[in-house]
Design a protein around this ligand. Sequence first.
Ligand code: AMP
Ligand code: MG
Length: 482
Amino acid sequence: MHRVKACFDNTYTRLPEVFYARQAPTPVREPELAIFNTGLAAELGIDLSGLDEAELAAYCAGNRIPEGAQPIALAYAGHQFGNFVPTLGDGRALLMGELVDVHGRRRDLQWKGSGRTPFSRGGDGRSALGPVLREYLVSEAMYALGLPTSRALAATLTGERVFREEPLPGGVLIRVAASHVRIGTFEYFGVRGDLESLRRLTAYVIDRHDPDLADGERPALQLLAAVSRRQAGLVADWMSIGFIHGVMNTDNMSISGETIDFGPCAFMDEYDPATVYSYIDRRGRYAYGNQPAVLQWNLARLAEALLPMIHDVPEEAVAMASEVLTQVPGWYREAWLGRLRGKLGLVGAEPDDLALAEALLALMHAEQADFTNTFRALAGVAAGLAVLPTAFESWRRDWEARLARDPREGLAERLRAANPAFIPRNHQVERALEAAVREGNLTPFRRLHEVLQRPFEDQPEAAAFADPPRVDERIGHTFCGT
Ligand code: AMP
Ligand code: MG
């Protein structure tokens, strides 16, 4: 019998038992691979030689456990839409173990939809196929777009039905992340006043993500600053491609600074800061334009949890943490401005650059222009191959005047490299998932996935994937389907 060969080294299981629950996956009836990421498998150093498709599917569904894996469900808390829930945890996911990849980076392998755990509460521990394919598609698109993100290794059909509003085909996703420690993990121990576990968690995270801080003066304070900078950069990245996470709860914000938990996430078509798709986000808490404010709110929750680690005297700890938090808006603005400069093809930095970019955004808003395509058109304009609509004419002259003070060489290439032609447009994603879920037809999903692997390349044969939705194709709401 052949076995998946991979060198697991599971540091999280060496933490105290209060950090997790040991839990085996619940086998599924009829595993069948929908898609497997061979490139990522190679990067992870996983040896699949001699393994047939049925055996691989059995591993990917959780029916077989790779040698060296030690499945656990992680404990964490979280603020969901502003409300604190002291015990969330992995209710339908298991961390199988950690691999050190060929680049020497430690990565978590998590099976999502693998059955009930002690954290499942009323849930069935399963995932529907639609959300599994959505996460696969969007996380891999995010990777191709160059954003920090968890990756997808495999999506597997279970041959079982899950019951949401209706019976739906089930799926299991394997996702790969720098770690699965969230703001909510710190909150879990913070709310319990479990200082020893907080200390262990802080040391663990510093060792894993910020080893340079270990010998610093106040490692926990430095960690707060490091996480804040990372997440500020991440949200600036999201904003720069029109990404709306949809559930920026503190349990979905990774300490490593990667995008995780692609639930009802979506990409904006027309530029409008008030854009929100998630069906459960009726008040628009996590609307596109609110994400920087939520970032700040979430980091304040992290700071609260970390206070006892920052200083023994509570007032001192609060003062120090507040000092870090007041810098977050500046860190965010700096990151956002950097992304905008890139999108305008600017090399140097001038004081009016932000105003120039904001003027373009205001025009897009007024003209109901497509966010992605307007930026992408700048590359065409620079190459003399395209023109902007007349409403943008005066802005274009301002932009040209600003560009004249930068080196012109390579401008069109810079613009093409900063402004994708292809993003996972909601109507395309929905169409691909519908075909997979309703008809068992994975062809549209595979085609869309393929196009999104090269988002910055003009792909003439895929031009239709860059089109905004027609009125009748517009997606009003997305569901996380949990
Ligand atoms: P999410 O919305 O995916 O971030 O999940 C929020 C919380 O609900 C986490 O604790 C999940 O583990 C849990 N959860 C979501 N769906 C299920 C399910 N089908 N079964 C059990 N727990 C779930
Ligand atoms: Mg989550």
